[in-house]
Design a binder for this molecule. Sequence first.
Ligand SMILES: Nc1nc2c(ncn2[C@@H]2O[C@H](COP(=O)(O)OP(=O)(O)OP(=O)(O)O)[C@@H](O)[C@H]2O)c(=O)[nH]1
Ligand SMILES: [Mg+2]
Length: 445
Amino acid sequence: MSHAPVSTIAALATAPAAGAVGILRLSGPAALEVGRRLAPSVPAEPTPRHAYLASFVDAEGRTLDEGLFLYFRAPASFTGEEVVELQAHGGPRLLRLLLARVLEDERVRPARPGEFTRRAFLNGRMDLTRAEAVADLVAADSEAAVRAAAAGLSGVLAERVRALEAPLRDLHADVEGVLNFPDEAEGADADAGARVAALLTQAQGMLAEAARGRLVRQGARVALYGPVNAGKSTLFNRLVGEARALVDEEPGTTRDVLEARVEWEGLGLTLLDTAGLREAPGRVEALGIARTREALSAVDLAVLVLPPEASEAEAETWLREAGATAVLRVAGKCDVASEAAARESELRVSGRTGAGVEALRTAVLSRLWGSGAPTAVALVSERHADALRRACEALARAEAARHVSTLEVVSGEVGLALEALGEVSGTSVSEALLDAIFQRFCIGK
Ligand SMILES: Nc1nc2c(ncn2[C@@H]2O[C@H](COP(=O)(O)OP(=O)(O)OP(=O)(O)O)[C@@H](O)[C@H]2O)c(=O)[nH]1
Ligand SMILES: [Mg+2]
């Protein structure tokens, strides 16, 4: 990590739109001095974490606004550096004026996306999983995503990674000890095989949560599909709570894939209404059906809506349409279907009357989640999953090597697993990886 003189960075921490309050944030050695230039009434040695009511002035000393001045003394700040926050009124033009004033100082430059958080990480104020949880929290658009990110922020994932990392490091040290000082360390590798196996199981358990992490972070995608006129759009409108999709008795009403965002039990879901499937459609309808097939291959769950007249053979055909995607089968228009028409285990719903719709919601959630609440999940991201996967692979090789190969190989693989895990917590990361991670932050965070 670089040892160039640390610059002071500045950015607006609030959105560039009119709001009640707008925050200008400074971090770095010159933060206090530069911040005080805008708020000269603040004492030269302000009390840290004290809110000073101050006038913010332009270069000529004319008042631009009045607001709060907060000072956080290094290292007890978000970034670990000197930090000043000016809370002004939330006028975008006013805030740009204030920002331009602090940037006039040559020691100050605009912050890059995520740079405040990046500095917090580099200064040891938080590990990487927590820094990433900050970005998750800002991006969260469902209750489950907020809660999972908050859990990440409080260190749930970090703790679990540490619980893997620490014993793995011990194991590595033991094996290395036996290799380097065979006499002194004799026997320290006796249970190495069992320890590798236990750690592998643990790492695999965390990896298995990656899919749930993605569901929470991005929301699940669920498509309604089935033959034409089955009542998909009517059911879609019922689930969404408004008349989004056109409904008509003419088969082939829906042509494009329609999307709507809903939140069930705190979990964000994107529902898709699709063009009904049938043989020999018209030209435009055929394009719609192609889109249905495309959508089906990319969703987490497909809900097959069957009309009352569908035969079992037809149902089988429609089931196959979903390919590898999981399918939940429901019998539609149950208000007009005879009881006997549906299979016993089948969910019976009616978009028209709303019958069975609550049960459908529950069934969709339990198919996506199995048991447990979406809010209790640790947010394992794609990046974490990738690192965990490599750790698992190395551990699996170490386990295999235990029986057939030398201790050097075991040690090497355990070392690789450690390195991969270090990418999750941030104990071993490259600048390039940090760039990639912090790019998804917004400026001012
Ligand atoms: N009785 C009854 N009629 C329904 C129900 N749902 C839909 N309908 C009627 O069935 C016809 C087709 O409904 P849609 O919701 O457009 O069906 P769809 O599956 O989206 O049809 P396509 O888009 O053409 O594939 C309309 O006339 C609806 O009023 C229901 O639950 N009960
Ligand atoms: Mg439709």
